[in-house]
Each structure stands twice: as C-alpha cells, then as structure tokens.
Design a protein around this ligand. Structure first.
Ligand SMILES: [Zn+2]
Ligand SMILES: [Zn+2]
Length: 255
C-alpha cells in the first residue's frame, strides 16, 4: 500500500501546496482518494490519470472538496481521457447535493453526477469494501458532519487512518488503533493554547492520540500557511516516541 500526499495545506491552499488531498494505492486497483481540496487535481495529474480513482470525503468544507467540480469536468469532457465507466464516491449524506450545487449550470440547480460516480453515504463505524480496501468511517468532532477514515488493505493488512478535521476525541483512538500510519491534522500548530474548542487540534493532541492508539508512525498535516509548521513535530514528540513526519506535497509512504 502506498500513501501519497497530494496536498497538505490546512484551511486554504498555500503556494506550491494544495489544500487537503491524499491518495492510497494498491497494485492493479483504482486509486483511493481522500478529500480533494483546491489544487489537488493538478497534483493528481502529475502522478496518474485522474479518472482512475474512487473518491472519498471526510467532510464537505471547501478546503476538502472544491476540486471535485474540476474532476467532474475532466471525467466528462477530457478529449482522450474521459472516464469510461463509473467510479465509487463516498462521503457525508449530503454529498451529492452539496457537490452537485458546486458544478451546476443553474444558480439553484444540482448537477446529477450519477453518470460518472456511484454514491453511497458513510454510516458511523460501518466498514465498506472499496476494491482492495476496507474503509471504516468514524464520526469526529467538527462544526459539520465529519469522519475520520480508517483504510485497511485486504491482502496485507496495511492500515492508514486519516483524522479528517477534528477536535480531540477518543473516537480517533478507535479509528487509529494499531495503524501503520496515522495522518492527523494539527491546524493550530504546536500548541492549542487560546484556540477555539470543538473544531481542530494541535500537534500535542496528535502526539497524545498517536501514543494512545499505538500507531507505528504519525504524519502531521492540515497546517495553514499562517501557522508555524516547523515546531509541530517537536510538540507531538513530547507525547509520542515513534517516528513523526510533517506531510508535504509529493511525499509518499510505502507500507
Ligand atoms: Zn480543513
Ligand atoms: Zn473542516
């Protein structure tokens, strides 16, 4: 299994770094994309045919889904690489309506995307089979319906957990338990001091969760361009003594 960072910037894209986008690959299977923030389709084009992928969304804040409208244009209208068949799409219940509005020609219209994607909604902690993976969504704490995603490769057992956007919650310990990689947001940077509750985490939180879940590696992500990122790894290392890296665009991890 390979995890590729398509974009790791938090809340907005940054120069040279799209907003949230992550991809998981297993040989001889369509890719599995987790979130498509602004700029992610450009990163994806550098690596593979964007049509050859299933798409999942942790939640529908703009920094996690805005480039999906671009993907629909690619899949339908690319002169030589348009999608030949439907792929799978998973997300919160309201995904077809929210994203359909984003790509409709009419001000109040909803683009029907069922010509190119087959959609199913996440159900709390119900595992779903997506080709060579089992994906289990865990509801987390954020102002809108949001899920952490635990992705397990069938033939190897390799496991990646992505936190989505969330405040600290023990649901993330369940989601990440024993994972090879825990890809965890740390929007606030090193410390949570003075930050709003119920929205996001800091790197100290990420370290605490990684230790409690017994993960093998922590990868910190979703740091906005206005937040100091370089101190985040040391802050997480106060609580987690395994390997820690800061997600950067183009990085990949083989498990
Ligand atoms: Zn976000
Ligand atoms: Zn969010």
């Amino acid at each position: 299994m390979r995890l590729t960072i398509l974009g790791s910037s938090g809340s907005v894209p940054a120069p040279g770094n799209p907003a949230s986008g992550y991809m998981i690959n297993s040989p001889d299977s369509p890719s599995l994309i987790m979130d498509m923030g602004p700029g992610v389709l450009a990163s994806l084009q550098e690596i593979q045919d964007p049509s050859d992928a299933h798409v999942t969304f942790s939640h529908l804040h703009t920094d996690h889904c805005a480039d999906f409208a671009s993907l629909l244009v690619w899949r339908r209208f690319h002169p030589t690489k348009a999608a030949k068949s439907r792929n799978l799409l998973f997300g919160p219940q309201d995904t077809p309506n929210r994203l359909g509005r984003l790509s409709s020609d009419e001000p109040e219209g909803v683009d029907d995307m069922s010509d190119t994607f087959a959609f199913d909604a996440w159900k709390e902690r119900q595992p779903l089979l997506i080709d060579k993976f089992t994906v289990t969504p865990f509801r987390v704490v954020h102002p809108i319906e949001t899920y952490a995603l635990r992705v397990e490769e069938h033939n190897t057992g390799a496991t990646v957990t992505y936190s989505g956007d969330s405040a600290y919650t023990e649901a993330l310990i369940d989601a990440a338990r024993g994972a090879d990689i825990f890809l965890c947001e740390a929007t606030w940077g090193a410390s949570c001091d003075g930050k709003a509750p119920g929205m996001h985490m800091c790197a100290q939180d990420a370290g605490k969760l990684a230790a409690a879940a017994g993960v093998k590696k922590l990868v910190i992500t979703h740091i906005p361009p206005w937040v100091e990122a370089d101190t985040a790894v040391a802050a997480a290392a106060q609580y987690f003594d395994g390997p820690i890296e800061l997600a950067r665009p183009g990085m990949h991890f083989d498990i």
